[in-house]
Design a protein around this ligand. Structure first.
Ligand code: HEC
Length: 125
């Protein structure tokens, strides 16, 4: 591999590692699992608004969604969901290998990022 290419690759890896370090660690197994799943599967869209995804760190984009209740958000994350603007959340974030616990834990983690003080965002499992 030519040196400039490996340097670019290294820079990319460092940027990714740095971005991950910014996501808070919450206590509890559920949110620890959720953080891992979220970074590996959901961050690509939900950190940057890719494909119209609501950005996890912008609470104003989540108020109405959280008001639907956590069970609805779980259901939409597991089975996929088309919003009123025609944007689409793919079932399981597009990774069929994730089980229900992993997907719903990632929803819990994203809700904590979006609304740290909302009681709806406190994991129940
Ligand atoms: C390919 C991009 C993409 C990936 C990857 C992705 N999402 Fe989404 N997600 C979206 C989009 C776009 C929406 C907004 C859909 C709408 O409301 O129009 C969304 C919405 C959501 C919502 C809100 C649903 C609602 O009813 O308001 C939840 C919860 C969610 N995603 C969870 C997840 C989880 C958990 C993962 C990882 C396992 C994930 N997403 C991965 C694109 C993505």
């Amino acid at each position: 591999m030519c040196p400039s290419r490996s340097l670019a690759l290294l820079a990319g890896l460092l940027a990714a590692a740095q971005a991950q370090a910014e996501y808070p660690l919450y206590t509890g197994e559920r949110l620890t699992l959720g953080r891992k799943v979220w970074i590996e599967n959901c961050e690509t869209c939900h950190a940057y608004g890719v494909a119209g995804a609501p950005v996890a760190t912008r609470p104003e984009l989540w108020t109405e969604r959280i008001a639907k209740g956590k069970q609805v958000l779980y259901e939409h994350a597991l089975n996929g969901f088309y919003g009123p603007m025609g944007t689409m959340m793919p079932a399981r974030g597009g990774n069929d290998a994730l089980d229900d616990e992993e997907v719903t834990a990632a929803v819990d983690y994203m809700m904590r990022l979006a609304a740290p003080t909302s009681t709806e965002a406190i994991p129940t499992q």
